[in-house]
Design a protein around this ligand. Structure first.
Ligand code: CA
Ligand code: CA
Length: 239
């Protein structure tokens, strides 16, 4: 097995995402942007530089600036063709898409805002209708948008949101899971995605939950989903 691992590492490519002056990479996402069957890499820096790379060739597919960086996702939000890049900058959310041909360039097609002090982005399906829902956390609010980036519902939470996820459950209607920043740690809450009403909340976490760090995982592979999260002290798996 050691030889397999060594050979995998010997094939690695270095994709330069952080150049002096553009800030550290704050989020990454993966998706097959050019339709060759290999997942490509998208990186967003804290200063809002958005880069996409063809992982097979190292070729840069996108080089954009979105005036601040919060989060980036890759998902097929319109259900047609290839995936889109959804990016939350400092105060606006953007969609980058390409034409029908996998070789056509990615261009900015949609934008929505302003969402001042934007902190978290979620792209998923909370009501089981197969249409993509997009949620933006900003200034103590959560704004829901449809896959055309049209704002639909919003609610106030009155607290700074560090991370957003969709709760994994057997129900087709899913809760939002959010991490709020507290004085000594965070609390993780499940909220009704329409009203913002609280469904459950965690005790205060050991250390502050970090951005992009709420995930549902099935560690035993038996269909039992558990919440994993990271704080500045460690990585935790709930029972
Ligand atoms: Ca690819
Ligand atoms: Ca698409």
């Amino acid at each position: 097995m050691a030889s397999t691992s060594k050979s995998a590492w010997s094939r690695r490519k270095v994709l330069r995402c952080s150049t002096p002056g553009i800030g550290p990479t704050i989020d990454v996402a993966q998706g097959d942007l050019n339709g060759d069957g290999v997942k490509d890499l998208v990186a967003l820096t804290s200063a809002g530089y958005l880069h996409a790379y063809n992982v097979s060739s190292g070729q840069q597919l996108l080089d954009e600036w979105v005036s601040g960086g919060a989060a980036v996702e890759v998902a097929n939000i319109d259900g047609a063709g290839g995936p889109e890049i959804i990016v939350l900058g400092g105060r606006e959310v953007f969609v980058y898409a390409r034409g029908a041909s996998p070789t056509s360039p990615f261009v900015r097609t949609l934008q929505s805002g302003p969402y001042d002090f934007a902190s978290a982005l979620l792209v998923g399906d909370v009501d089981g209708d197969s249409a993509t829902d997009i949620f933006v956390a900003y200034s103590g609010h959560v704004q829901r948008l449809n896959s055309s980036l049209q704002p639909t519902t919003s609610f106030a939470v009155g607290q700074y949101i560090q991370s957003l996820a969709v709760e994994q459950s057997a129900f087709s209607r899913k809760n939002l899971v959010v991490a709020f920043q507290g004085a000594f740690g965070s609390t993780i809450h499940a909220l009704d995605p329409a009203s913002g009403d609280e469904v459950w909340r965690s005790p205060v976490t050991y250390g502050m939950v970090t951005p992009h760090s709420l995930y549902f995982v099935d560690p035993a592979g038996v269909g039992e989903s558990r919440l994993a999260y990271a704080t500045y002290y460690g990585i935790f798996l709930t029972r």
